[in-house]
Design a protein around this ligand. Structure first.
Ligand SMILES: [Zn+2]
Length: 120
């Protein structure tokens, strides 16, 4: 049980599927049949690359800046969700105005590099 909790803290959740239970890494969109595979993934370089946002491409990569909170899976998922939610023209607007995606949630969801402001 503690193991499941550990996985959940990393964004890997157990899902009930018709063909049997599977573990899903919400950060990487990966699926695992066995808990050992899920645990292995938790430690993997692949998973840490996702957490650091290094999988973001193009404008997303420019928009997302480093956050001290990337160990917090909520922040990792919020950043990903945020990039999926806003359109390309909004992203371009943010970029041009010096606004960057930081935590995706909370008081530092976005920051403005120009005026050092943070906002939700
Ligand atoms: Zn992962």
């Amino acid at each position: 049980m503690q193991t499941l909790e550990e996985l959940k803290n990393e964004g890997i959740v157990l899902k009930n599927r018709k063909k049997g239970n599977k573990y899903s890494c919400l950060g990487c969109n990966s699926w695992f049949k066995q808990i050992n595979e899920a645990l292995g993934h938790k430690q993997s370089e692949d998973n840490s690359i996702t957490k650091l946002g290094e999988r973001f491409k193009g404008i997303d990569r420019l928009l997302a800046i480093d956050s001290e909170k990337l160990n917090d899976i909520e922040v990792v998922l919020a950043r990903k969700a945020e990039l999926g939610k806003i359109g390309i023209s909004v992203k371009e607007g943010y970029l041009n105005h010096g606004i960057r995606l930081k935590d995706g949630i909370g008081s530092q969801a976005y920051v403005c590099l120009e005026c050092n402001l943070s906002f939700t």
